[in-house]
Ligand binder design. Structure first.
Ligand SMILES: [Zn+2]
Length: 159
């Protein structure tokens, strides 16, 4: 194997097709996904990704392939999200000013200021609750440390 990633596509009774990938598994997985979709009715099909970096992955159905979530990048760059995040932070700050409390992280209570940035965060993760992605009541304000440390499995309301 000359490349770090080699994708081998097999169909019953046919010579396997080999494709080499140099940069990473993403392009190979994407190709395998498309190939398996195209040949979904064919017998004995499989796509196997060999890599010097990780264990061999073998797929027989397109649905088994973990594709990177491109939509995630698009969502956080979208105008509706940017506006909601901005409004959520502004509202929270205003509320704190009004009731005299410290504008701080809902999780670790660190006060926002120089070096401690306020981030709008989904209480119920977007991956599990897409309907609540733009729901103001599903937004809490966290510092960047807490925001980045939170996983999608965590649906705790820290407020
Ligand atoms: Zn925090």
């Amino acid at each position: 194997m000359n490349s770090p990633y080699e994708l081998v596509l097999r169909l019953a009774g046919q010579k396997p097709v080999r494709k080499q990938y140099k940069t990473g598994p993403a392009a190979a997985l994407k190709y395998a996904h498309g190939w398996l979709t195209k040949h979904q009715t064919k017998p004995g099909k499989s796509a196997t990704l060999y890599s010097i970096h990780s264990a061999t992955q073998r797929f027989e159905h397109a649905e088994e392939i973990p594709l990177p979530e491109k939509s995630s990048v698009d969502f956080y760059a979208s105008q509706p999200w940017k506006k909601l995040a901005h409004d959520a932070i502004a509202n929270r700050r205003k509320q704190c000013l009004q009731d005299g409390s410290v504008f701080s992280c809902a999780l670790c209570f660190k006060a926002f200021g120089p070096g401690v940035q306020a981030h709008a965060d989904h209480i119920k993760p977007r991956s599990l609750y897409p309907d609540l992605a733009l729901d103001m009541s599903n937004i809490q304000i966290l510092c960047s440390d807490c925001n980045l440390g939170k996983s999608n499995r965590d649906a705790t309301d820290w407020r």
